[in-house]
Design a protein around this ligand. Structure first.
Ligand code: HEM
Length: 397
């Protein structure tokens, strides 16, 4: 059996990885099925990657992540320890997930489509359309954060605070303890915000998501602590991921004017186009797990407690499954679905609603701005994520 120390090592801090992460990962996956990096074991092979995402011997990596960050004792760590991300398979995880997966199921998410359409129309109408503007600021951040405000019956002016907080708290995935202070401060403010929202919604019930969550709590399916944790988690996991993915989709589609025009005349192709961007340039380059016991992956001995990463970026560019993986194609019918939202019992709870949000953004932009011109776009790639750090465009009706 091979020891982890004998595995080849990947260095994610190279300029080459920064510039071309997906071809690099795909090339490495051709040489090595499993490798190691500073953060743990890297699963590069497509089939192993799919298997490990649902492997019952692998559990959540979040408790260790909090140790890596040296998160101090206190209300933030307590929130983390009570939230879904801390729980492995079992009754508690099932109990916590079930009501939210029901509320945000494909059907549950669909009931928000009209609200999403109204938010997208409003946000887009406010963006200057004849000069070059920062679309992260004008479109990508406001949409998911406004949707969250609507869910929480919060004033829409809170959206900027929601977006800023989500970007800050998601810095946990940098695994950099130098960020812990900022993360804790952002979370602390948000714990109070969640309490205020719940108190407000209890006073004035409505048909919003927060009232649904309160009803679930009052019916005994969730405790009051669970309720608060979900109000926080739905902001934490939401805007940061969603904003970066909305931005990537705009960049990948608008940089192909023929595709942009095709989506304008055939909007039924928008879901296919979004799935293809999520394969080609996924927000999630990897997702994390931890070995729950001593185990073996592909002949490699993995001791209990080892962080293991499914390399989604490598899997999405495996030419055995996606011929010509670097080519954007609307003809990938029959090829496997993407892994941008992970899978199994840890899979992304917001995947249906965010897909609806992105569909509505692209439908609106292609209809209103057939001549949208990208002025400047820049990506940054970490081992975990694709970030869009610059997106300037002239909308041009
Ligand atoms: C494009 C945007 C998004 C991406 C790429 C994304 C991706 C992911 C990934 C990769 C995971 C981990 C899956 C795994 O390890 O198997 C995850 C978990 C999660 N996501 Fe998302 N997500 C997005 C948007 C959202 C939104 C909008 C929400 C909330 C409405 C959300 C809520 C969650 C929650 C609660 C979890 C934890 C699930 C659990 O531990 O059971 N995400 N997401």
């Amino acid at each position: 059996m091979t020891a982890i120390s004998e595995l080849p090592e990947i260095d994610f801090n190279t300029a080459l990885y920064q510039e071309h992460p997906f071809p690099i990962l795909a090339a490495l996956a051709k040489k090595w099925r499993v490798a190691r990096s500073q953060r743990g074991v890297e699963i590069l092979d497509y089939d192993l990657c799919r298997q490990m995402i649902v492997d019952t011997k692998l559990g959540t990596g979040h408790p260790r992540l909090m140790k890596v960050l040296d998160l101090p004792d206190g209300p933030v760590l307590q929130y983390k320890q009570g939230s879904i991300s801390y729980f492995n398979r079992g009754e508690e995880r099932r109990k916590l997930r079930q009501p939210i997966t029901r509320l945000l199921s494909p059907k549950g998410s669909e009931r928000f489509r009209r609200d999403v359409q109204a938010i997208v129309a409003d946000v887009v109408s406010r963006a200057p359309s004849t000069t070059s503007v920062d679309l992260i600021h004008h479109i990508c951040d406001p949409i998911p954060s406004r949707v969250y405000c609507q869910w929480m019956d919060a004033p829409k002016d809170d959206a900027a605070y929601i977006a800023k907080t989500s970007h800050l708290v998601q810095q946990v995935h940098t695994r950099d303890p130098a960020r812990t202070g900022d993360i804790v401060t952002a979370f602390e403010g948000f714990l109070d915000y969640a309490d205020e929202r719940i108190a407000e919604a209890r006073k004035t019930p409505s048909d919003s998501l927060i009232s649904d969550l309160i009803n679930v709590c009052d019916a005994g399916e969730l405790t009051t602590a669970d309720l608060r944790n979900w109000v926080i988690k739905l902001a934490e996991a939401n805007t940061d991921n969603s904003s970066h993915q909305i931005a990537s989709v705009i960049i990948e589609l608008a940089s192909r004017p023929d595709v942009w025009m095709q989506l304008r005349s055939e909007p039924n192709l928008i879901p296919v186009a979004i799935d293809e961007v999520m394969r080609l340039r996924p927000r999630s380059i990897s997702t994390s797990r931890e070995a729950l016991e001593d185990l073996e992956i592909d002949g490699v001995a993995i001791p209990k407690g080892t962080p293991v990463f499914a390399n989604i970026g490598a899997a999405h560019w495996d030419e055995r499954y996606y011929p010509n993986p670097s080519v954007f194609s609307l003809q990938r019918e029959g090829q496997p679905g993407h892994l941008n939202f992970g899978g199994g019992i840890f899979s992304c709870i917001g995947r249906h609603i965010i897909t609806i949000e992105i569909e509505e953004v692209i439908a609106r932009l292609t209809q209103d701005f057939p001549n949208l011109r990208l002025d400047s776009a820049r990506f940054e790639h970490t081992p975990m994520f694709t970030n869009v750090i610059v997106l300037e465009a002239t909308l041009r009706p």
